[in-house]
Design a protein. Structure first.
Length: 292
């Protein structure tokens, strides 16, 4: 029995260095991205996060065109592209009649098309799949160092601006009326979103990096209403999803990135049903009120 459990849950990480690096990288991504995802969800900007995840593709593709599959050029390019799209969409919504969600959608669609074309010009379909879906099992020490730096910046920024971020989620107009941090905090937060998406791009690609950011956050929302426990629970769900996804990919020979996101999706649907604020709990409470 013990040997079976060891073979199922521990042996893949104990015996293979690439599984160890994948586990460390994905856990670090969860630590930084999941709290950011909670704030994105509370701000009702979840789809904006998805749009920005696609928006980093042209910058990453530019790095790929000039340097190949090198981590640093693709990361810098993705970061620049994400910031340009975020600022561009905000400027369009501020100075025109178009709302930010529509301008963000337009920018991300254009960015996605440009990025795919740029990768296709030089690379093969394998290179395109690498950029779009990532290679969490191929993370090297350079990628882990980059992800670790992004997580450190994210956690320090969240600690410094925590109260302002929470206040902006509840009432952004009130925050701007009583503090000068209103607008700066908004752009700092967008920077953290882009930064974590760029980090997630190394492991999960541009199409799936937002999944590790949003699915654990969305699942945690069904269990608690307070921001601090929600962030902690989102991180724990992210950890569990990464471990489960990597084990599933190892034993079933499945792509690791999609397996991680699908594991988070299973937790999300379970939370919808069984969470303290989920469907079954709401039905039980409603039935008790009717029979009381």
């Amino acid at each position: 029995m013990m040997e079976t459990l060891y073979g199922l849950f521990i042996a893949p990480f104990a015996e293979f260095a690439f599984m160890q690096r994948a586990l460390v990288g994905s856990l670090m991504l969860s630590l930084g991205a999941c709290p950011v995802g909670v704030f994105l969800m509370l701000r009702r900007m979840s789809l904006s996060g998805d749009a920005m995840a696609h928006a980093i593709l042209p910058g990453a593709a530019a790095g790929f065109l000039f340097y190949g599959l090198e981590i640093l050029p693709m990361t810098i390019g993705g970061l620049i592209a994400g910031i340009i799209v975020a600022l561009g969409a905000g400027a369009v919504s501020r100075f025109t009649i178009q709302r930010e969600d529509a301008s963000m959608a337009a920018f991300y669609l254009i960015s996605l098309a440009i990025g795919v074309l740029m990768v296709s010009i030089r690379g093969s379909s394998v290179d395109l799949m690498h950029v779009l879906f990532g290679t969490v099992l191929a993370l090297n020490n350079e990628a882990l160092t980059l992800i670790g730096g992004i997580v450190l910046v994210t956690l320090v920024s969240l600690a410094i601006f925590w109260r302002a971020l929470v206040a902006e989620c509840l009432d952004p107009l009130f925050l701007r009326s009583v503090s000068r941090l209103g607008s700066p905090v908004h752009f700092i937060f967008l920077g953290l979103v882009v930064l974590n998406l760029v980090g997630g791009f190394q492991a999960l690609g541009t199409l799936l990096s937002v999944g590790l950011m949003m699915l654990p956050a969305a699942a945690a929302r069904f269990w608690t209403m307070r921001v601090e426990p929600m962030c902690v629970l989102a991180v724990l769900i992210g950890f569990a999803s990464c471990v489960a996804g990597l084990l599933l990919s190892y034993h079933a020979s499945l792509p690791s990135g999609p397996a991680i996101i699908l594991s988070a999706g299973v937790v999300y649907f379970a939370s919808i049903l069984f969470g303290t604020r989920g469907i079954l709990r709401a039905r039980i409470v409603h039935h008790r009120h009717r029979t009381a």
